[in-house]
Design a protein around this ligand. Sequence first.
Ligand code: JHZ
Ligand code: ZN
Length: 414
Amino acid sequence: MTPANGVTRHCRVCNAEIAPFMSFGRMPIANGFLKPEEAATEYFFELAPAFCDSCGMFQLMEQPRPEKMFHEQYAFYSSTSRYMQAHFEAFAHAVINNAIAGRDDPFVVELGSNDGIMLRHFRQCGLRHLGVEPSANVAEVARSQSINTVSAFFDRKLADDIVAEHGRADAILAANVMCHIPDLPGVGAGVQRLLKPDGVFIFEDPYLGDMIAKSSYDQIYDEHVFMFSATSVQRAFAPFELEVVDVMPQITHGGSMRYALAPVGSRPVLKNVGAQLAKEAALGLDRPETYLRFKANCESSRAALMQTLERLRAQGKRVVGYGATSKSTTVTNYCGITSGHVEFISDTTPIKQGRLSPGAHIPVRPYDEFVKKYPDYALLFAWNHAAEIREKETGFIAAGGRWIVYVPEVAIVA
Ligand code: JHZ
Ligand code: ZN
């Protein structure tokens, strides 16, 4: 059997043999922001992705144990972006007005509910809801807003416990969570048990097709044990008699896909599902050459970014990182970016401030320090929030500042 976590040589979904097509090298925990005294004992693993020829699942060969990533000091709070707040408000209302509309006392479960960014809208509408969130600190934020939340990892057992206590769910939701769970078949079995026969399971995650098209390799880090496509999702959930009935592309997180799944035969399969599967085949998402080209693109992106940073360093320019994202851990460690290139990383999340970035040990400082003395250049690690950030940072540009971006290509922009 494929291990639920740790290192595998077999596909985590279909058990076929897999081999990595590249390695990003030694990597720390992406959200493991360190107190200076923790630097010496930092945990590392090898970040190497593989593509399963049998079922089409893009996955990591090795993933640290979940408890190393999701705990009472989890550094990512979903509500730090205003745009994402609006996104999840719209997601919640789409579910309320469509998926569960007209139902008698519907029950909604969200897997990985973080600080309650989406469930708060169900609570506000007086709907029965339950969040499942293993990271205790972010779960506590939700609980403090009267959002029902249990701090646990979701699996078959928890699904049975939820059914025993609350009954089956009309809708199960997850955003940027399913791709984090190594035992995907365990989740599939749990969803099958928890969902009503006429229920719907809706989740979204960064989309493999966007990552390949934009060479946004920074989506690959410890938490993202999978990068999904409609093809791989359809195959992964088929053993649990769930089928993809709708796919909805999203612009969030640099290009995501929302999938709606339902018990086989319970709902019509919309035409766009077949169209998406065909598009993925046309994009070559099922072909090994696609991944070799992706690898070459990662290498040239790294070379171009380092050339830019070295040039600016030689010119004595001040460069600051913008957004201590999980993604930035892959970029800094894979490219070899140090505090010699980037003075500090500005971030609005209190728990990250005053700490060192994982692996590269670049100081993370409060946003005030960015504003107080604008740098010459800001390396946009939070590139997925570019619209929101550029709207906010007109002062930086007016002062002569420039952005360094690296997705889809390395460039300096106003
Ligand atoms: P952001 C996380 O990824 C982790 P990350 C996780 N694995 C995942 O899948 C996605 O989210 C969904 C800061 N910021 O959203 C806040 C500013 O400082 O790109 C955050 O620390 N100023 C669950 O970490 C970071 O940047 C701002 O104006 O890659 C953004 O992190 C804004 C908008 C953000 O997710
Ligand atoms: Zn497989």
